[in-house]
Design a protein around this ligand. Sequence first.
Ligand SMILES: Cc1ncc(COP(=O)(O)O)c(C=O)c1O
Length: 414
Amino acid sequence: MSQSIRRGDLEALDRADPLRAFRDRFRLPEGVIYLDGNSLGAMPRATPERMREVVEVEWGHDLIGSWNTRGWVDLQQRIGAKIGRLIGARAGETIVADSTSINLFKALAASLELRSDRRIIVSEPANFPTDLYVAEGLMRHLGRGHTLRLAEPDDIEDAITDDVAVVMLTHVNYRTGRMYDMRRITERAHARGAIMLWDLAHSAGAMPIDLAGADVDLAVGCGYKYFNGGPGAPAFLFVAQRHQPHITPVLSGWFGHASPFAFEQSYRPAEGIDRLTVGAPPILSLTALEVGVDLMLEAPLDLVRAKSVRQGEIFDALMGQEVGRDAFTLVSPSAPAMRGSQLCYAHPQAWPIKQALIDRGVIGDFRAPDILRLGFTPLYLGYAEIWDAVAILKAIVVERAWDTPEYHARSLVT
Ligand SMILES: Cc1ncc(COP(=O)(O)O)c(C=O)c1O
């Protein structure tokens, strides 16, 4: 973008935006520019009413009968099937259950079982910590000499050798926004006989994903980011059909039993992906998640991705134009095709700057030690808001408005 950008240009983009109508489907406080939907998605307007119905009627009136009459018993499958359509899965390959961390544990354990003659898990040192923690815990628990081989993103392909059991990577990195070529890495893993396990926390719902087309083995992802399912929303788990019969779940709970209400003494896995459910599902949380997922199903993901790429390009161009190239260091790839739906900038004062931004209605987040992270959620973020966010950031930097004791004070959640 060589010409200078004016706010009016962005207002024109908003008027022509094919996704514009989605904005009104979310509840966002007046005066807030929300650049954190990549961490906690905004609330769909329909969520409170649907929650009220489930609480007051399905639970409050119909009580336990709702497991059968209101479809509670297969809610995990129903929402899983919907998410499956958003990530390019085939029918019967996706389930909603538990948290991403727990699904990672289940998926990694299954992957190691599928390659029981191998002992190496490949990942990257800057993967989201829970992914590495889960791997560490599982390896310790198994006690069979598994090791974690951590390689930098550019060296990942070389790290996938013939003795690797599983390649476990996050598609879009949480601290840099860097995105892997899913097809290419999956192909490489398969060429070396390894299982490919993707964490889609920062890409599912933000862009078209084709798990079947890329021949992915297993994947997990979040419900509370781009699916707008609410804080701590249940997560999803994908297992390619070809592997399902060969997996004996490590968390063999009664909901994953072939016949849960037969109350048999011994575990027999259910058919297909159902065996990867564990216990009674959190119906209230699933209800909120379904509203968010239904809304996403209305949004063409190619348009979502195109707008997110454009918003990222505009934001970064404005950073150069308004704030100055030297003030912040872009740690996300400069090529839009190489990054997810976020931009990350390093700055020694990233924490107080983020606090000052929030005080002025611009909500982004901070990732230690020095990253200001700004997410683009095209369904409810307008182009002109990007201008306003950068203008506010510029004022904070120029006036050193971040340099006050209260902005320096740290909170627990960043
Ligand atoms: C890449 C990635 N994986 C996993 C998680 C954590 O998921 P959960 O809290 O559902 O276990 C996150 C959270 O932000 C994440 O960014």
